[in-house]
Design a protein. Sequence first.
Length: 351
Amino acid sequence: MQILIVGAGCTGAATAVKLRERFGPDIAIHVWEKARGAGGRFTTSRDAYPDGLRADLGAQYASVDPKDAGSMALMEAIVSEGGAALAAHGWVDVAERAQGTLQYRGIAGQNGIVKSMLGMAKAEVSYERRVSRIDLKGSAWTVTAYDGTVAQFQAVILCVPGCGPGGDNLNKIHGTWEKQLTVTNWKDTEVPHDCRYSLALWIEAGNQNKLEAFFGDMVEKLHGGDVIDLAIWQSRKDGEAGDGPQVIVVHTPQGARGNKQQAQSRMMGEILKSLNIPSKAVSSSKIITWFQSQVLSTTSTTQCLVACQAPPLILAGDYFTASNFSGCAQSAAAAASEAAQLLLGSKASEI
């Protein structure tokens, strides 16, 4: 049996784990991801930057609700695999971290959490494979990618962001699958999202005292203002020595608008002024537009959506639940459960 997960973000990777738990070793779990690597909103930039330092440009921590047994068990498994560790201090309270949640950092960057789950699931992952069409043909789904790949699957689980301005969300994937959704279903995928810019700066050695003066004993600091909302001392979060080259990351407030290059100039100028660090100390930089960074509200009454029962096509994601690790894990578990019921019937309860 061949099952396809579209999207190698947190929900997609968690869905792969839950499918493996439900089906065991007898199925092939394929994951097609449009980007060069796994992560989604847990994006980590680790290109050939100076000194090999990395930058988490998406969610800085994985927020887990300790009262949610399923997501806690999944995170504990990731910790056991060496993919994450509990961050006991250093972070600040922001709107996207629900009160009472625990914060976990990826040992090898935040996208390492996603990679750990894909490894646990023994999934077959294909990167730079963006899906263009999903069409119902006979008793299977025929999935076509922009790179020319065409394959058939007995079930498809779409774990990409809901409809919106990003590059790999639901309204960019066409085909007869779209006819399976009702008007109400489509409304549940069109929930409002936040948008931000995220900027990473690689800073030459010799600025430890200035960084310590700004951050104190914290990893993060709320900056305030119209240009920068949150500043993160990435290298301190990663446990790097303070006397070497450093990486800092800054996010804009919610609702980022305008030209990305102009935003980069404003963001860099403001944070360097606050740090009292000259621009010549910046050896490299990278900015991303963080489309659909946070679900602002949801309308669905379920944690996933079964668009078609035979063959199964299921939608999962934080736009059904909440924009944190627990929300992704809840939607993933619900999608895997539905897939098992539809494909295995009464046998699903025996697993």
